[in-house]
Write a protein that binds this ligand. Sequence first.
Ligand code: CO
Length: 214
Amino acid sequence: MKSFERLLLDNKAWASDKLMQDEKFFENQAHAQKPEFFWIGCSDSRVPANEVTNTESGEIFVHRNVANMVVNTDLNLLSVLQYAVDVLEVKHVIICGHYGCGGVKAALTNGSYGLLNKWLRNIKDVYRFHREEVDIIKDEQLRLNKMIELNVQEQVMNLAKTSIIQKAWHKRKGPQLHGWVYGLNDGILHDIIDLDYTFEVDPIYRFTTNELEA
Ligand code: CO
């Protein structure tokens, strides 16, 4: 059997398992989704949103990219964010990074990775903002860990800079924003930062009330 055929076979087993547990499972799933959480995670295969949070399908709306970035010219991320916040009205947006992230690690080198260089440059900017705080750490592993935490923190800040989040905070005092880092070694999610509508966004990134009510 080819490796991809195993996926199709296991899918059939999974679907019949679900029906054994609840004969209406797919009937209920097919109606609509009303997830409470929007997850922005790294594409890394070891950090699947539902699995590490022990949640069911239908509970988490998910977007993943290299190193869980919120880039303000990324139409893909912004479209998913807008849908999650405006239409699904999620209560929580979670940026989830992970220790040992290859994307952050690559960004801290001078290696060249083709098109990926353009993406990694956003992570190099995070390093440039926090260079002193990062460089003071002598141990290479701990320095990478710190950068991964700072990157998550910066991406939460990037969310707060968007008109999508500022409008939602103005209109419904939600969603709450969270920054987590997942440990590949222990399977634990570490809470790095939490922000809600009371957070004072740096004035240069604030939209006017007129804009927020439009
Ligand atoms: Co990663």
